[in-house]
Write a protein that binds this ligand. Sequence first.
Ligand code: ADE
Ligand code: ZN
Length: 346
Amino acid sequence: MNPAHDTSTGLDALLRAMPKAELHIHIEGSLEPELIFALAQRNGVGLPYASVEALRAAYAFTDLQSFLDIYYAGASVLQKEADFNDMASAYFQRAAADHVVHAEIFFDPQTHTDRGVPFATVIQGLARACARARAELGISSQLILCFLRHLSEEAAFATLEQALPWRAHFIGVGLDSSERGHPPEKFARVFARCRELGLQLVAHAGEEGPPPYIWNALDVLHVQRIDHGVRCLEDPALVQRLAVEGVPLTVCPLSNVKLRVFGTMAEHNLPALLAAGLCVTVNSDDPAYFGGYVNQNFVETFAALPQLTRQHAYTLARNSFKASFAPPEDKARWTAKLDAAFAAAA
Ligand code: ADE
Ligand code: ZN
């Protein structure tokens, strides 16, 4: 821990206690090894790992694909509506502890429907957990359906068809999975259809993929936020565009280090993204796999990057509300709560 950021400064405590929104969390990436084993037993699914410890020991990733292989294997234990509900309920408990007041949650239906799990099972389990989180924890949430980019656009269209009867249960669509070799333009037509349907649009771009993937996510897919986007700094004209238009980036620092986008947290470009005036947010991506939930991301990032200050903490939390798809009155209420947390800690 950097001495400038130990708890005596209060910054560490403020990072943990400040209200925040989480905008980049794959619900399947919140599946902890203990729950994977419990669900495997409940559903009679065999796992190629002898124990929770052996599974956790396999979490030594070299790049995005090495992670995705294990992540999809872990998701194979999800079969019944109760499994999706239990997974999301466990995430909401962690989110509440981290003072998350609003979460926009990705789910990957194709990971499940391709194994014969009905779309209805997935979305009903998740929606039930979202309703309970609001009632019991006061957390608001929305679901965002992600298309798997390593599959075809035709498969994405088929998924959209399955999803439309459940339109009331999700606010938008995203694009995730293996980035390299699967550029945004591969999904131009399905995103155009989603746009016509009035869905919110986001896409992973510039995590491992180059700046043209970010340009095309904006210009071809017309997304409103970029997930990750950290490689934008390689292209000054792109940075200018993102800054002028205020396009939010949902950055996931622990993920970037675990997947070797950056060698160490001290090398992460979050300070440079903030200095460029970009609307950056901090998120957990796949917290069960990358070493922590959203507060752990804040705390480890600030500990490794001493140039980050209390003002940056405020900006990051405020950006999380600004960049959300929530109604203006909710954003105003959460921002007032954030202001009060900072005033109380002055
Ligand atoms: N699916 C889950 N996590 C992901 C990530 N970090 N990038 C792309 N696809 C993902
Ligand atoms: Zn992601």
